[in-house]
Design a protein around this ligand. Structure first.
Ligand SMILES: *Cc1c(COP(=O)(O)O)cnc(C)c1O
Length: 472
């Protein structure tokens, strides 16, 4: 399988290169040169099979033909087994029925209790395997405002080929989120609290990648949400849910709380592969740039408002570029021109025909913080279930924008409510029960280093602690 850049001006790469590369050299994102297919018989063959079998069936199609001894099917299956063995539910992504035709897909059974584990656990295994085979070491550097950092740390801990440095803004992540990162005491995990904001952290990471000498000296790498392999791994749970609810003989629809557009794009990818998905509902919080786009065809940037669903507090949804590539007829130059416009003017628009094509698949809805509290309370009254604020956005979108859907509708539970106890308490007057994985979190030892928002200081710190730096 070959991958092409959405901006049409970077070398084509194979699966392993895409795994290790992340962003394309022309600033674009990698996508498969053609969509692999899951036929009706392929889908029927997946009925009743474990989650890991579905994952092999999906992800092997994105690896393509690999020379034996590299990422052949057997090796891939072994890595997939290891990745999902740490999940605490046999079905990995179980469906819970809410009413006659609505289901909740629980995506919080991984080590950090949010859906990012479903992709990052596998990416961690793949990174380690491919790098060890090549005799290489990389230094992963990332910034986090909360959930991504802990998922990346859990995915990389104790892996010999990677050393991971995660920057978070000191005092500006919740105590649960901080402790999920800083209580991982593995020698290859380094937490840095930056005296500054999340934007400062992100700027520092960008500056390190732009310092080409430092980048090559440290073999810098990223596991951020534009990595194609994260998308490929996420396609699995859409296929598993569709098959469980009757695909290929019955279609389904999904409602997805959306920030960077990675998760809902994976659902779109499943549809492109042949899974019968009638409709995709994009749930937005007050940061509603995508909701406005799907109504008007115009993308217009606004400033970011902090909300009760912080993982969706995003104005530039990087993975949207992958959908735009298809809307533009896979014309990389056209995508590059649109993205240039967006960077320069903070806005771009698609044609009526392109908007109609997008609206043929996607519907959207938005929910502000008052609405989130009301939705958590409504679900609790109706079902006794406690949902997190992100899940509430998806459920509300399913109920409103999904009212016309005539097939089973699956809403995604992207995080465990115990990660957001204050928002839950504000909505229903009680705190969610603490799951086993978090039970002794507040007794565990923490390890972190505090540094000023200063590039030289952070680079010195990383250089002195990464094995590649120490060896150089
Ligand atoms: C990351 C995240 C999202 C947003 O997902 P995208 O793939 O960025 O659209 C939503 N909810 C939770 C809990 C998350 O961690």
């Amino acid at each position: 399988m070959q991958y092409v850049s959405t901006r049409g001006n970077a070398p084509d790469l194979d699966f392993e290169a895409v795994l290790l590369t992340g962003l394309a050299a022309d600033g674009g994102l990698y996508v498969p040169s053609a969509w692999p297919r899951l036929s009706g018989d392929d889908l029927r063959g997946l009925r009743g099979r474990p989650y890991t079998d579905v994952a092999v069936e999906v992800i092997a199609r994105f690896v393509g033909d690999a020379p034996s001894g590299t990422l052949d099917r057997e090796t891939l299956a072994g890595l997939i087994d290891k990745a999902y063995s740490v999940f605490d539910h046999q079905a990995a992504a179980p469906l819970v029925q809410l009413d006659a035709d609505t289901w909740l897909m629980e995506l919080f059974h991984g080590p950090t209790l949010a859906f990012k584990d479903y992709a990052l656990q596998l990416v961690g295994q793949l990174f380690d395997h491919v790098l060890a085979r090549r005799g290489r070491q990389v230094t992963i550097v990332g910034a986090t405002s909360g959930d991504t950092g802990s998922a990346a740390i859990e995915a990389c801990r104790d892996r010999s080929a990677v050393t991971v440095f995660i920057l978070h803004p000191k005092g500006r992540v919740s105590e649960v989120q901080r402790r999920q990162m800083t209580t991982v005491l593995s020698g290859n995990v380094h937490n840095i609290a930056i005296e500054g904001s999340f934007d400062d952290c992100q700027d520092l990471v960008k500056a390190m990648f732009n310092d080409l000498a430092f980048r090559s000296e440290m073999s810098l790498s990223a596991v951020n949400s534009i990595n194609w392999v994260r998308i490929a791994a996420q396609i699995t749970y859409y296929v598993a849910a569709a098959v469980a609810l009757g695909a290929p003989d019955r279609a389904v629809a999904f409602s997805v709380p959306t920030g960077n557009f990675g998760n809902v794009y994976a659902a779109y990818a499943a549809r492109q592969m042949g899974v019968p998905i009638d409709r995709l509902i994009v749930g937005a919080n007050s940061n509603d740039i995508l909701d406005r786009f799907f109504r008007t065809g115009q993308m217009r940037k606004a400033s970011v408002t902090p909300t009760l669903s912080p993982a969706m507090d995003i104005q530039i949804s990087s993975n949207f570029e992958r959908l735009l590539f298809d809307l533009e007829g896979r014309d990389g130059a056209a995508v590059a021109a649109q993205m240039d416009r967006f960077r320069r003017d903070g806005t771009f628009a698609v044609s009526e025909r392109q908007l109609a094509a997008a609206q043929g698949v996607f519907t959207s809805a938005r929910l502000d913080d008052d609405g989130i509290r009301q939705e958590i309370a409504r679900v609790h009254r109706a079902t006794g279930m406690i949902v997190d604020p992100h899940t509430a956005v998806g459920l509300h979108a399913a109920r409103t924008a999904g009212a016309e859907v005539a097939v089973p509708l699956v809403s995604l539970a992207c995080a465990h409510p115990a990660k957001f106890p204050d928002a839950v308490e504000a909505a229903i007057g009680q705190r969610p029960a603490v799951p086993a994985r978090l039970r002794d979190l507040f007794e565990r030892e923490e390890r972190l280093t505090t540094l000023p928002a200063d590039l030289r200081a952070v680079q010195e710190h990383i250089r002195s602690r990464a094995p590649v730096g120490a060896a150089a």
